[in-house]
Design a protein around this ligand. Structure first.
Ligand code: PLP
Length: 227
């Protein structure tokens, strides 16, 4: 166990250092950049050493997987902050509200309404991000660039959700910088402060464009067998 905690700490130090350097190099706001460790597909035994090494913000993309993995870990580490970063079906909204602390993938009216209901029911008001389909890709979730500002407003005014930022996954195989810059511009227009953007391959670029949250999986945990 001590060995595994040491190697988790080394991986975290390495990535945190790169985050810090990118942040200093590009200066400007935001005040800080939060590292979200994306632990999808990795079991509790792999995640635990990262908790022991001090990491607290984690990301999961599936409700079912989070349900199997996190209640036990949370008992030992009650101050965990778990982000849902994958698509959410309305029939899983209740479970998502019970399991997660932040919902990053609000992307349609019906989901916004159901989430608002479930939060009220649970007596919680979770911070949420609106996911934007920044590359206009058919296979990706998210509201369109054109709809983003209006959708944030409706989430707030019609549904009473606490929308704290925008989130995106730019298209594969293209420079991500221009997409990150576009998301930052949309966030200004929409009046939200946080930007969840940047993964293992491009988080420094995202920080250069103003990311407040970077979602890093494989660079911390190693290669995944599945997506
Ligand atoms: C898997 C995933 C990540 C992490 O990807 P890596 O390339 O492993 O860092 C980040 N964001 C979302 C939405 C993901 O599904």
């Amino acid at each position: 166990m001590a060995d595994r905690v040491n190697s988790a700490r080394a991986a975290l130090d390495y990535i945190r250092n790169r985050v810090k350097k990118a942040h200093h190099r590009f200066g400007a706001p935001p005040e800080s950049v939060e590292l979200i460790a994306v632990s999808k597909t990795f079991g509790a035994e792999t995640v635990r050493p990262f908790l022991e090494a001090g990491q607290r913000a984690f990301g999961e993309n599936r409700v079912q997987e989070a349900k199997e993995k996190w209640p036990g870990l949370r008992e030992a580490f009650p101050d965990v902050v778990l982000h849902l970063i994958g698509p959410l079906q309305t029939n899983k909204a209740r479970e998502a509200v019970a399991l997660f602390d932040v919902i990053e993938t609000v992307d349609r009216e019906k989901l916004a309404g159901v989430l608002a209901e479930e939060m009220q029911r649970a007596g919680k008001r979770l911070p949420c991000f609106v996911q934007v389909n920044i590359g206009g890709e058919e296979q990706k979730a998210g509201v369109s660039v054109e709809e983003a500002v209006g959708f944030v407003r409706r989430c707030r005014e019609v549904h009473g959700l606490d929308i704290v930022g925008l989130m995106c996954i730019p298209p594969d195989g293209q420079p991500a910088g221009p997409y990150f810059a576009q998301l930052a511009g949309l966030a200004k227009l929409a009046g939200v402060e946080n930007l969840s953007m940047g993964m293992s391959g491009d988080f420094e670029t995202a920080i250069a464009m103003g990311a407040t949250h970077v979602r890093v999986g494989s660079a911390l945990f190693g290669r995944r067998d599945q997506i």
